[in-house]
Structure formats: structure tokens, C-alpha cells
Write a protein that binds this ligand. Structure first.
Ligand SMILES: Nc1nc2c(ncn2[C@@H]2O[C@H](COP(=O)(O)OP(=O)(O)OP(=O)(O)O)[C@@H](O)[C@H]2O)c(=O)[nH]1
Ligand SMILES: [Mg+2]
Length: 255
């Protein structure tokens, strides 16, 4: 199948294959320059026959989008949204959520492409979503979870950010910034995706807060989180500052 012959255009700057989801669970993976990771990651996720993958690629100059398009051409469990340029993690996820919801997904995962989120935890997240929670977060900060490889600076930012967000928002969630997640459909339906404002680090915090505010159940399962295998981090100081400010805005109802 030639990818451009079967695309719909929605929104204006995104191209996507117009095809149905063949499984009730969909793993959304945003990518920007992950050509060294994505070819190894896709088969690991697809090992789980009940899962589909949706990559949201922001015009990666390294050709990540083309690699995924080649997979999608012969595997109906691989889906791809291509956006024209780097537009941020938050809007990538929102585009992915809308795509999955429109195709009837019951369980929608968030996962990084860089192997910090080990695919071996996918069944744990799914099981917890099926049996106990509307949003399950793979957690570094509950018993059994943790990070490896991180220097002191990175650890302090992550732990400090979580304590800060938890105190201000009053949520009993240890890893509010964790981005390895599984949402039940009803959690994404309960929050108005159009109203989600954060695009960077605080996107995860805002999503968890909104699910909690909607009266739904947020829970955690432990994960060990190693540093990205290869490729460059997209973290920067602006993302951290945006997050600090947005937590206060959220609490005050200004976001
Ligand atoms: N589509 C899209 N994906 C992005 C964007 N920014 C980051 N990503 C992807 O989002 C995931 C997480 O980004 P990372 O750079 O790993 O950010 P991080 O995990 O906070 O930082 P590290 O721990 O240093 O890896 C990866 O799969 C990235 O390729 C973006 O603007 N658009
Ligand atoms: Mg990462």
C-alpha cells in the first residue's frame, strides 16, 4: 500500500492512514528523531497480539516516519500520524488519543520510543486498567519502582517536581510526571481534550489531575526506568519552568 494514497487530512497539518483499529488496545508512541530506537521497539510491542501501535511522528528529519510507514504498509496493527514539524509531546498525544477514540479503542497507552519504558510492563499496565483503575501510571516512586543511570541532577528534578506537584494539587499519586500509562476509554472521554493546555513536561501532570477531578480512579504499578538507550533527549529548561508554573495554574483553575 502506498501510504499517501490512503491518507485523510485532519487536522490541517497532519496526515494519517484512514484505517480501522483491529484491537481494543492501542499504544500511542510520539516520536521525534527515534530512528535508532523505533525499529527495535515496534516488534517488542507487537509481540503482544492484543495490542496495536500508533506512532505520532513530527516530521523527524532522521526518517523515523518513513520507517514506521514501511511497517504500517504491511501490518494492520501499525498506525501512523505524520505531522509537519516538531509540535510538542502534549499535542502529539492528544492527536493520538483522538485517533484511537474515534476508532473505538477501550485501552489507550502512552509510551516513549527510547526504551525508558520497557515493553515488558505493558501487560501489568493493561491488567491494572482492566481490573482496578481508569488511569494507570507506570511509577518510579512506589515500592518496586525506580530509575537507573540517572545523575543526581536529573533525579532531583524528577523527584522534586513530583513532590511539588503532589503537594500543590493534593493528589495521592507518587509519579505524576510519569509518561508510561494506560487510560481506559472513559477516562479520556471524561476530560475535555480540547481544554488540555500543557504541551511539555506538565502534560502528564495535567492529564492525571483532570482524570482525578472527573471523579475517576488513578493508580500506579511499579516500573524500573532506565535512561534512553540511544538518541538525544528533548528535555530542556523551558519545559521544566512551564511545568512549575502550570501546576499552580491548574490548582487555581486557570488552566
Ligand atoms: N511527536 C513528537 N514526539 C516527541 C516530541 N518531543 C519528544 N517526543 C518523543 O516523546 C518521547 C519522550 O521524549 P524524550 O526526549 O525521551 O523525553 P524525556 O524522556 O523526558 O527525556 P530523556 O529522559 O532525556 O529521554 C520520545 O519518544 C520522543 O521521541 C515532539 O515534539 N513531538
Ligand atoms: Mg526519554
Amino acid at each position: 500500500m502506498v501510504i499517501d494514497s490512503a491518507v485523510t487530512t485532519s487536522p490541517a497539518n497532519a496526515r494519517q492512514l484512514d484505517r480501522p483499529l483491529t484491537t481494543p488496545a492501542c499504544v500511542v508512541i510520539p516520536t521525534y528523531n527515534e530512528c535508532e530506537n523505533i525499529p527495535a521497539l515496534l516488534p517488542r510491542v507487537l509481540d503482544y497480539g492484543q495490542l496495536s501501535v500508533l506512532v505520532v511522528d513530527d516530521g523527524s528529519p532522521d526518517g523515523t516516519g518513513d520507517l514506521v510507514a514501511a511497517e504500517a504498509a504491511h501490518n494492520p496493527r501499525v498506525h501512523l500520524i505524520r505531522r509537519s514539524g516538531k509540535q510538542g509531546l502534549g499535542t502529539a498525544y492528544l492527536a493520538g488519543f483522538r485517533y484511537a477514540l474515534a476508532r473505538g479503542a477501550e485501552y489507550i497507552f502512552e509510551m516513549d520510543a527510547d526504551f525508558s519504558h520497557d515493553p515488558k510492563y505493558l501487560p501489568d499496565l493493561l491488567h491494572a486498567a482492566e481490573t482496578a483503575y481508569d488511569l494507570v501510571i507506570g511509577s518510579r516512586y512506589i515500592a518496586g519502582g525506580g530509575t537507573t543511570d540517572w545523575g543526581l541532577g536529573r533525579q532531583l528534578i524528577s523527584r522534586g517536581g513530583n513532590v511539588y506537584a503532589r503537594l500543590i494539587l493534593g493528589l495521592a499519586v507518587a509519579d505524576l510526571t510519569g509518561g508510561y500509562r494506560c487510560y481506559r476509554r472513559r477516562a479520556l472521554e471524561a476530560i475535555k481534550l480540547d481544554q488540555v493546555k500543557s504541551n511539555g513536561y506538565s502534560f502528564q501532570i495535567e492529564m492525571a489531575y483532570r482524570v482525578h477531578q472527573a471523579g475517576l480512579r488513578v493508580g500506579e504499578v511499579p516500573i524500573i526506568f532506565p535512561d534512553r538507550r540511544v538518541g538525544a533527549s528533548k528535555m530542556n529548561r523551558n519545559i521544566v519552568f512551564e511545568a512549575l508554573l502550570n501546576v499552580v495554574r491548574l490548582r487555581l483553575g486557570l488552566l
